[in-house]
Design a protein around this ligand. Sequence first.
Ligand code: NAG
Ligand code: NAG
Ligand code: NAG
Ligand code: NAG
Ligand code: NAG
Ligand code: NAG
Ligand code: NAG
Ligand code: NAG
Length: 291
Amino acid sequence: MSKPQYHYFLHFSILFLFFFFFITSYCDSSDLISSKCSAHNCGNGVTIKYPFWYIGDNNTDEYCGYPEFGLSCLDQEPILRLPNDSFYVKNINYANFTITLADIDVTGQTCPRARHNLTLENLPLDFTNLDLNLSFYFNCTSSPFSFSTSAVGCLEFGKKQSYVIVMENQSNTVNWIGKCEDKVIATVMRTEITINDLIGGFGAAMNKGFMLDWSTVKGCGGCEDSGGYCGYNNTAKEFICFCSDGTVHSNRCKVKCAAFSYGNPINSGHPFWEASSLVVMGAQAQASRSA
Ligand SMILES: *[C@@H]1O[C@H](CO)[C@@H](O)[C@H](O)[C@H]1NC(C)=O
Ligand SMILES: *[C@@H]1O[C@H](CO)[C@@H](O)[C@H](O)[C@H]1NC(C)=O
Ligand SMILES: *[C@@H]1O[C@H](CO)[C@@H](O)[C@H](O)[C@H]1NC(C)=O
Ligand SMILES: *[C@@H]1O[C@H](CO)[C@@H](O)[C@H](O)[C@H]1NC(C)=O
Ligand SMILES: *[C@@H]1O[C@H](CO)[C@@H](O)[C@H](O)[C@H]1NC(C)=O
Ligand SMILES: *[C@@H]1O[C@H](CO)[C@@H](O)[C@H](O)[C@H]1NC(C)=O
Ligand SMILES: *[C@@H]1O[C@H](CO)[C@@H](O)[C@H](O)[C@H]1NC(C)=O
Ligand SMILES: *[C@@H]1O[C@H](CO)[C@@H](O)[C@H](O)[C@H]1NC(C)=O
């Protein structure tokens, strides 16, 4: 090793050790539970973190999030399994607490036949005002409507016709029993629908999915601010905070780490320090090299 390189290496090592002890003494994150509950990405860029959690091969630890919000990965996309249906998770927005889902059954189909009504039951999810419901009536021997409307050509079966209408306000009741074999309500994004071309556009809209609100289970900001990972105790039915020192708290961690962090309070202390120490190390190495 030549002299300048050795010089550089020594500087780097001393700085590294200094920051290593600095970080570990203030923000010990070697705890197993915390790393188990850290953010995950299936490959399509959607970050899985509390109240959602990643169902890994060996990870069935429901403490990492809301019990029903476990997501698995399929072809680099996260999947949410609800009681009667599975959905691709297109996006999770942690700023306005929404999740965008698309029914796996309809994916890639230009003329999808919805199979299930979406049932949120007791899940802490709500529709948003960006959603719009489409009502499908399948295999009708005659039109169930009092007004005239076109049948969906691509869903025709012999003499049986299928229909789709936008169901605003659920005001008009349609007497379809005896005329049609099945009715299914499919939720789509309002912006993806052109009322004048409903028949031509419903397939693409169903592939785009719909948005649900999970803000009723968002309340874990205090824990994240204090450097912890949010979790959920399904036995006690309450939110818990896994802290880097291995302790579990009901609200937030005893602040040791966050007191030294500044900048974005959303970020927990540890990743912030990790990033900043690397920047400082890089700058010092650069300085010692040019000196
Ligand atoms: C998962 O668990 C099984 C059995 O406990 C073990 O053989 C395997 O190595 C584990 N896989 C990973 C990725 O940890
Ligand atoms: C879910 O599917 C089961 C079995 O097919 C059915 O009995 C039940 O009514 C469905 N639940 C809802 C809410 O659609
Ligand atoms: C949430 O934010 C995203 C991204 O800014 C936006 O596209 C979406 O419309 C918002 N959702 C609601 C319900 O406001
Ligand atoms: C859509 O239908 C669901 C039930 O399937 C209902 O809970 C929801 O309020 C409806 N949304 C709109 C905008 O009509
Ligand atoms: C109509 O009924 C036939 C025979 O049961 C079935 O194969 C077809 O999928 C049905 N079409 C729709 C749109 O439900
Ligand atoms: C549905 O209700 C909203 C307000 O509640 C109203 O502006 C809209 O015109 C209604 N749509 C229909 C089709 O009745
Ligand atoms: C969907 O919900 C409607 C009521 O809104 C019901 O009449 C219909 O039978 C349901 N369809 C299925 C497939 O469960
Ligand atoms: C969950 O709650 C139960 C009952 O209150 C308690 O015994 C258990 O220790 C809790 N688990 C965690 C990880 O906090």
